[in-house]
Design a protein around this ligand. Structure first.
Ligand code: PLP
Length: 415
């Protein structure tokens, strides 16, 4: 939550959001530089491990530049994300590339940029990288992303480490993977990794991960390799509502220290959500209001095209009104998209609202703007970064003319 009220006026750091709404078209995202910086420092000071920011959570170049200035590495899942990380100057030796479906072009781009390591997710991919590396006359540092068959006790749709999930290589195949790597001469095994899902709140899950991955290190060792890096994934849980508990960094730190004393390899994590979620808000305008079957709807210009998480995961985001009022009312906040699932919050209590007022949808710094779409031919939203009492537009709102200009009508349909 980054909005604070001062004399009833909403602020992100020193910037009055009411003033922003008079000059920037809604919906737009606002991020607090201080909040991201403080969150990173808190994490870095708590745990003894390297941190790679999972770029998928928020890939805006300004956010990546901030990460770079803080000295964080990057964890990317496409050559597009890799290009972003490189373009802001994150050193290639601080970039890890993973992803369940890498194209030939993705891999070539990663090889040519000499990144720290490409994490492979299938035996087929091992062979593919070896062939590409050979044709480029290169040796390639790789990691093996394992599927440790651990349930992160999180939402089904953000679980990635159960044996039935598509991610990683089945744990039992590890000896076979090692034998393959011995044959594939262009590959240098540097590390092993896993990521079992997002929003992990229970420290016991990390204990399970650490146990399984230490076993993996032993298996790799017995099969003739000693790794340099053990990457333990992201997934640090944040609290979107009062019932949720943020993952305890104290508990995580003690656990890391008890598992990984005097190891011959370094350990790292790749959080995305934790570093940015609480540092962003989405500002939206109420387009209209109505009551259907005693449900008071506020229809806003932000919807599932701007913030997909509520429609996709039933995710909760706290919503605060920028205009106060002593009368309180129950509202359902819905977006403008022609889908019944386009609901941002159900039956929440807000000060009485009217058309033209603004709402702030909180904790939207992660998996917000990056998941926005053009559905219903809506434009992608603007993004703003605040630093003390300054702000900068870090992405302009798209123009509808730019979207339409991408379509091509074949000659035979033109008169
Ligand atoms: N690493 C990998 C491989 C991922 O797929 C993800 C997210 O899906 C992350 C890290 C970051 O997860 P989170 O944002 O929950 O920390």
């Amino acid at each position: 939550m980054t909005i604070l009220f001062n004399n009833e006026k909403p602020f992100v750091e020193g910037v009055n959001i009411n003033e922003l709404t008079s000059i920037i078209a809604t919906p737009f995202y606002v991020y607090s530089q201080k909040s991201i910086t403080d969150t990173y420092k808190k994490l870095k000071n708590s745990i003894n491990a390297e941190i790679f920011f999972s770029v998928k959570a928020n890939s805006n170049l300004a956010i990546l530049s901030l990460m770079k200035s803080l000295g964080i590495g990057a964890d990317v899942v496409s050559s597009g994300e890799l290009k972003r990380a490189i373009s802001v100057g994150i050193p290639s030796e601080k970039i890890i590339f993973e992803g369940v479906g890498k194209s030939k072009e993705d891999i070539e781009y990663a090889i040519n940029n000499n990144i720290r390591q490409i994490n492979i997710e299938s035996i087929e991919e091992l062979n593919m990288i070896n062939v590409l590396a050979k044709s480029l006359e290169r040796k390639v540092n790789i990691g093996v992303r394992l599927n440790p068959n651990i349930d992160g006790q999180t939402l089904d749709k953000i679980s990635t480490g159960r044996k039935t999930d598509k991610f990683g290589i089945a744990f039992d195949l590890l000896p076979e993977v090692c034998s393959q790597i011995k044959i594939l001469k262009q590959l240098c095994l540097q590390g092993i990794s896993c990521h079992i899902g997002s929003q992990i709140h229970n420290i016991k899950v990390f204990e399970e991960i650490f146990n399984k991955m230490k076993l993996a290190v032993k298996i790799v060792d017995e099969n003739g390799f000693s790794i340099k890096h053990l990457d333990l994934g992201g997934g640090f849980g944040v609290a979107y509502n009062k019932a949720e508990k943020e993952l305890s960094l104290n508990e995580l730190s003690s656990l890391i220290n008890s598992f990984f004393q005097n190891t011959t390899y370094d350990i790292s994590f790749e959080p995305g959500r934790y570093l940015v979620a609480k540092s962003g808000v989405l500002i939206t305008k109420i387009l209209t209001s109505k009551t259907n079957a005693s449900i008071n709807f506020l229809i806003t210009d932000a919807g599932m095209q701007t913030l997909l998480r509520p429609a996709m995961y039933n995710a909760y985001h706290n919503i605060v009104a920028l205009t106060n009022n002593n009368i309180k009312k129950k509202y359902t906040v819905a977006g403008p998209i022609c889908e019944s699932s386009d609901i941002l919050a159900k039956e929440i209590t807000l000060p009485q609202q009217q058309t033209g007022n603004y709402l702030a949808i909180c904790d939207t710094g992660a998996y917000g703007a990056v998941m926005s779409s053009n559905y219903n031919s809506k434009v992608l939203p603007a993004e703003i970064l605040v630093h003390n009492n300054r702000f900068s537009i870090i992405r302009n709102q798209e123009k509808i003319s730019d979207i339409i200009a991408k379509d091509i009508i074949p000659n035979w349909l033109k008169n």
